[in-house]
Design a binder for this molecule. Structure first.
Ligand code: DX5
Ligand code: ZN
Length: 230
């Protein structure tokens, strides 16, 4: 992935009315939809499961960025991959903190035909990923403690971007770096050192599809402008 991407998180969309909001961001040029799966155990909140992912797949034909905030990701990955439809550019991202056998988990994601992501919480150092840099396609740096939308970005987490970049360079890998949590137009300048930015509450607001499309377009444009300045 060369161009920077904003990936809107449907966690902040209207759960009773996903379709118009998702269609609106897709029409505005969104090429990656962030889907937050929470199990009420790894994080306090429960969101949705494979059936919702399948319904979303019927709504839009863009890649999904499935962020599994669940205690036992290996037990559910196959169902999510099937529901997603194994779009060539879709990501399945697990939390390092939830995986006892991360190497095997990443192998399994690839076998399921998806790109493999690993997320790290604010309290986790990027160095824990050193041994799997040759396997990972995306590193998701959490910039809030996971579980809720609308939290403030923990700025110290942004320092991890350069650390992960260096680890990827050493491994000779073109790893995508994504940030998730509290990313808004106001802190885009610093966040733009990453490749992909998740935006929930900064895109989806009040269940209004038109506002979501407009917010997405503005954010994507701002990200591209900062990126092109270098
Ligand atoms: C939080 C989720 C995020 C969330 C971000 O645990 O992983 O994807 O939707 O929401 P904002 O952008 O509002 O912080
Ligand atoms: Zn997320």
């Amino acid at each position: 992935m060369k161009l920077p991407q904003i990936t809107p998180s449907i966690l902040s969309a209207d759960f009773g009315n996903f379709r118009p909001e998702v269609e609106s961001v897709a029409a505005a040029g969104c090429e990656l939809l962030h889907v937050d799966v929470m199990d009420g155990h790894f994080v306090p909140v429960i969101t949705f499961g494979p059936a919702t992912v399948q319904a979303l797949r019927k709504t839009v034909d863009i890649p999904f960025d499935i962020h599994l905030m669940v205690t036992d990701p290996e037990a559910h990955m196959e169902q999510f991959a099937r529901a997603e439809g194994s779009h060539e550019y879709s990501f399945l991202t697990v939390h390092q903190e939830a995986c006892s056998h991360l190497h095997r988990t990443l192998e399994k994601i690839h076998r399921l035909g998806m790109k493999a992501g690993v997320a790290i919480n604010p309290g986790t150092a990027p160095s824990v990923l050193e041994a799997i840099m040759d396997q990972v396609d995306l590193v998701l740096i959490m910039t809030v403690d996971p579980g809720f939308g609308g939290q403030a970005c923990i700025n110290s987490c942004l320092d991890k971007i350069s650390v992960v970049r260096e680890m990827a360079r050493k491994a000779g890998r073109d790893v995508i770096i994504e940030l998730d949590g509290g990313i808004k137009l106001t802190n885009l300048d610093r966040a733009a050192a990453a490749d992909v930015l998740v935006m929930g509450s900064a895109v989806f607001q009040g269940g209004d599809p038109e506002i979501a499309g407009r917010n997405f377009r503005e954010a994507q444009k701002a990200f591209e402008e900062i990126y092109s300045r270098g």
